[in-house]
Design a protein around this ligand. Structure first.
Ligand code: 8DG
Ligand code: CA
Ligand code: CA
Length: 317
């Protein structure tokens, strides 16, 4: 699936494993998978930036077995243990399991009773009223499932920039009005002026990350919160697009804005240049050994690297 960060995506898969193990009556493990999922969602950076099994296992809530599954996902895009569980439990379609609230039991009913395999099948059947009378599909449940199925397809969709301009302006204004927010800007492909946008990335400066992230989660423009940590918050807007908010301290602003504006390719180019000088660049700053060289403004980092400031629209590579 495109446009979904590894952390959120893997967390969802771990929760699927938890649900399937629970159905098999396995003790303790489901809770461990859910805890790991929560930890993943709270990570301040993408899980792929942790290199090797050891670094993964050092993360709270993540033991060897889950670390291996994360590695497998990053390498292959799948977790074979999950596929096996799905197969063992009647060949449940992985696509259906992506619909929040469906779970293995209901997914199986849909498959056996109606031959539903894909999210598109599900939406069609639900709209035609074919779910009526199926065990476990009350009217309320049907409505919830239809809504969540719609979201799965939204996740695969890119939004034209023009459709988002108002949303972004409104969102930034709302966030800036939250007590404790010192600074707030849009980053990612939107800031780079791309014609289509997968999700909206927003960077916030605050010294009270927890209070601010809680307050943002309560804004009326937020439809539902997908991941909620102190330094990172993900939610869908009422219009359906996903928003990723990162909360940083003022000193980290330039490095974080640079990193989250991307593109990924541009970041790689800058990182290589830093490495050539024996330095290290990440979303926290430009470092020589443990010593911080630059982080406060984007320009400071370009300067230190001996490069002219690059306008976001030119940061394709
Ligand atoms: P999109 O949402 O329109 O698809 O594009 P984007 O805004 O450029 O990508 P993003 O997935 O939302 O990530 C925002 C920025 O984070 C990206 O432009 C560069 C930075 N970034 C990296 N490496 C990685 C990574 O491995 N995963 C993610 N999600 N972002 C990364 O430099
Ligand atoms: Ca984005
Ligand atoms: Ca993003």
């Amino acid at each position: 699936m495109i446009d979904m960060e590894n952390n959120v995506r893997i967390a969802m898969l771990l929760r699927q494993i938890a649900a399937l193990l629970e159905e098999q009556g396995v003790a303790f493990k489901p809770a461990a998978y859910r805890r790991a999922a929560k930890e993943l969602e709270d990570l301040p950076q993408d899980i792929s930036t942790y290199k090797g099994l050891k670094e993964l296992e050092d993360l709270p809530g993540i033991g060897e077995s889950i670390a291996k599954k994360i590695q497998e996902y990053l390498k292959t895009g799948r977790i074979s243990a999950l596929d096996k569980l799905l197969m063992a439990q009647g060949g449940i379609s992985p696509a259906l399991m992506e619909v929040e609230g469906l779970g293995p039991k209901r997914a199986r009913v849909l498959q056996t009773e109606l031959g539903i395999q894909s999210v598109a099948d599900l939406i069609k059947a639900a709209k035609e009223g074919k779910l009526n009378g199926l065990p476990g599909f009350s009217e309320i449940m049907q409505r919830k499932i239809l809504e969540n199925a719609g979201r799965v397809s939204e996740r695969n969709r890119r939004f034209p920039r023009t459709e988002l301009i108002d949303d972004v302006a409104k969102l930034l204004a709302k966030i800036r009005s939250v007590t404790g927010v010192e600074k707030c800007e849009v980053a990612g492909s939107f800031r780079r002026g791309k014609e289509t946008v997968g999700d909206i990335d927003v960077l916030v400066v605050t010294t009270s990350a927890k209070e601010v992230s809680d307050a943002i989660a309560e804004l009326p423009i937020v439809r539902d919160v997908v991941a909620h940590g102190d330094k990172k918050l993900s939610f869908d807007l009422t219009s359906g697009i996903r928003v990723d908010v990162r909360l940083v301290e003022r000193d980290q602003w330039g490095a974080a804005l640079l990193y989250f504006t991307g593109s990924k390719e541009h970041n790689i180019t800058l990182r290589k240049r830093a490495i050539q000088r024996g330095w290290k660049l990440n979303e926290y700053g430009l470092f020589e050994g443990g010593k911080l060289i630059a982080s406060r403004e984007e320009k400071d980092i370009y300067d230190a690297l001996g490069l002219p400031f690059s306008e976001p629209k030119n940061r394709a590579e």
